[in-house]
Design a protein around this ligand. Structure first.
Ligand code: ADP
Ligand code: ASP
Ligand code: MG
Length: 408
């Protein structure tokens, strides 16, 4: 008997009707003889609504209380889905993360899963029940409720699939698979039948929120067969897999983008050892994550230093940098929180030259100015003004012919 973990995201459980449709889908699978564990997100918009309520009371609530609050969205959906299953004659039992002992570290709002005790789930499955588990949450060793970061239900599902040694983890969502880029930005985006873990990891970390990055990491590490597919239409979706020689030999597999970026520059910094750490040390101490970094030596023995941070951290980073500027005797600090990052990703880049030049030429021909560049083995990222995001994505999509399938 096969064991599957099904995960349904916020839109898929966004209304009572949709919850009933999910119940039907689960029952059909169970009737075929499969054992099913279902992970659900909060109803769409609910997590944001809860965060909004908190902000009306306190600008910066403690992260512990935030977790107690935002974990409730998923508790609602597990109960409703179990009821919908009972209603159609399917035995089911709902659990919060803590009840099935999803043990995490204590990093509230971004906790990592350490261990899952699968005894209770196995016992229920053996009794012929569907087990419905709340995504996005766990408990730490002191029984405090924790959450796994936005989009964390994906990670709950993959972690459960790994712990239960499930045959496959199916992520049901509002698109029918992983596309060459977000189909909301480029309608010509094409669904990929397969994508490698490595590429999916890059896509997720560069802004494609179709899967939470940790879920991809987890699946790669524990060898979980992972598939993204539609809640609403039939189809086999996209399989996330190890690289195989028979896979599509595209140079570029996809385009990712991130709108949450901001950039800061400090100019006229005395060029001497230790400057980078003097600039970035206080930023790190303030728990602000730095993404891209560019340093350039000017003719006059000073250096210009630019880096990017999450837009939410922009004002804090600016204030810190102003202070560092005064301490270092640097010239000035400038910043811009209207920039975005656009990245092309593909394992094919390893063995092909000229991809960067095609990317830069394409952007130039659209009159898009590149503000920063960073590369790694399988990706090239550029920072551009946010007003060019859609244009850049569509131009690159066309230039790399991503709308056309590549012969295997
Ligand atoms: P869920 O609520 O089911 O977890 P998400 O909103 O987290 O769904 O993820 C699905 C969304 O991810 C899609 O609606 C789509 O707009 C977006 N997305 C971004 N990049 C991609 C991509 N490359 N392929 C498919 N979807 C993508
Ligand atoms: N409900 C959480 C969120 O909105 C977790 C999830 O949907 O995966 O981020
Ligand atoms: Mg999601």
């Amino acid at each position: 008997m096969a064991l599957y973990v099904y995960k349904f995201g916020g839109t898929s459980v966004g209304t009572v009707e949709r919850i009933k449709a999910v119940a039907e889908k689960v029952k059909t699978a169970q009737d075929l003889g499969d054992r099913i564990v279902v992970v659900v997100s909060a109803m769409s918009g609910e997590t944001n609504r809860l965060i909004g309520l908190a902000k009306e009371i306190q600008v910066q609530p403690t992260e512990r209380e935030m977790d107690v609050l935002i974990s409730t969205g998923e508790q609602v959906t597990v109960a409703l889905l179990s009821m919908a299953l009972h209603e159609i004659g399917c035995d089911a039992c709902s659990y919060t993360g803590g009840q099935v002992k999803i043990l995490t570290d204590s990093s509230h709002t971004k906790a990592r899963i350490r261990k899952i005790d699968d005894t209770r789930i196995h016992a229920n499955l053996n009794q012929g029940k569907v087990v419905v588990v709340a995504g996005f949450q766990g408990v730490d060793e002191h029984d405090n409720i924790t959450t796994l970061g936005r989009g964390g239900s994906d990670t709950t599902a993959v972690a459960l699939a790994a712990a239960l040694k499930a045959d496959e983890c199916l992520i049901f969502t509002d698109v029918d698979g992983v596309y060459t880029t977000d189909p909301r930005v480029e309608p010509k985006a094409r669904r990929l039948d397969r994508i490698t873990f490595e590429e999916m990891l890059e896509m997720a970390s560069l802004g494609s929120k179709v899967l939470q990055i940790r879920s991809v990491e987890f699946a790669g590490k524990y060898n979980v067969a992972l598939r993204v597919l539609s809640s609403f239409t039939e189809g086999c979706g996209t399989l996330i897999t190890y690289e195989e020689s028979s896979m599509e030999s595209a140079l570029i597999s996809g385009i990712a983008f991130n709108r949450d970026e901001a950039k800061l520059t400090i100019t006229g910094v005395p060029d001497r050892p230790g400057v980078a750490s003097t600039i970035l040390g206080p930023i790190a101490d303030a728990n602000i994550e730095v993404d891209m970094i560019v340093q350039n030596i000017a003719d006059d023995a000073t250096t210009d230093f630019t880096f990017t941070v999450h837009r939410n951290d922009y004002q804090r980073a600016l204030a810190i940098l102003e202070q560092t500027c005064a301490e270092l005797g640097a010239r000035k600090v400038t910043g811009d929180n209207t920039i975005v990052k656009v990245s092309i990703v593909g394992v094919g880049m390893r063995s092909h030259a000229g991809i960067a030049s095609t990317m830069f030429k394409t952007l130039a021909s659209e009159g898009i100015n590149i503000r920063m560049i960073s590369t790694s083995e399988i990706k090239i990222s550029v920072v551009v003004d946010e007003k060019y995001l859609e244009l850049a994505v569509r131009a690159l999509h066309a230039a790399f012919k991503l709308d056309q399938a590549v012969a295997a």
